[in-house]
Design a protein. Structure first.
Length: 218
């Protein structure tokens, strides 16, 4: 079975399991999405969704955000973890958005990644979900599953992203990366992994199942 055949099987299965793929973080515009994704680093989406309403009630745009001090931002976001770094990043990027972009979030990978506390993954989420530009943000779930499914070497997230973009069609990226995240949480977690419940991984490991899938495709 080729890597491409595995990828086709993965996509069809995920489309069946997750025909609708809501974005797990609550937001209303590119700025609030940017802040929510920044906060989600080494935290859970559920925890972030509990904290962002408190933050956005006070400041849901860069102009109001810079009226707060870094310490005031930190006190609000403390439950999500890494609050010293994140509060400085939120204040710093808000100031830059005002000074360089008239308070708007720039629809550019390069511009986003130049902002404080914004890495490639965060920029990719914003580009894909706020601006609908094809991107494939790789989180721990995607990194783990691409390796389990034999679609990537698993050396690092950069390689995983390259492998994903190479094997999956571009018009599927924005939807597919969310489907994989949902699948990883529900069927193939890092802890308490049950291969029998992990229907994609177990099917890829059983040639008879895959052969039947390929036969039906012909």
């Amino acid at each position: 079975m080729t890597r491409q055949e595995k990828a086709d099987f993965v996509m069809e299965t995920l489309n069946r399991l997750y025909p609708e793929v809501p974005i797990p973080l609550d937001y209303k515009d590119p700025y609030t999405l940017l802040i929510a994704v920044l906060l989600s680093a080494q935290s859970t989406d559920a925890r972030v969704n509990q904290i962002t309403p408190l933050l956005f009630e006070v400041a849901d745009n860069p102009y109001d955000m810079v009226k707060l001090s870094v310490e005031e931002i930190r006190e609000i976001i403390k439950p999500v973890g890494l609050s010293p770094m994140k509060s400085k990043g939120i204040y710093g990027l808000s100031k830059i958005l005002i000074e360089k972009y008239d308070g708007n979030v720039p629809p550019s990978f390069e511009a986003l990644e130049a902002l404080p506390a914004v890495g490639h993954k965060t920029a990719s989420v914003v580009m894909s979900q706020a601006f609908h530009v094809p991107a494939f943000p790789v989180d721990t779930h995607i990194h783990r599953l691409m390796y389990r499914w034999g679609l990537s070497t698993g050396k690092n997230v950069n390689q995983t992203e390259k492998d994903a973009k190479r094997i999956f069609p571009m018009d599927s990226w924005n939807r597919l990366h969310l489907q994989i995240i949902y699948y990883g949480r529900e069927y193939s977690p890092a802890r308490g992994w049950n291969l029998e419940k992990d229907i994609i991984t177990s099917a890829i490991g059983r040639k008879s199942v895959i052969n039947e899938y390929l036969r039906k495709k012909k």
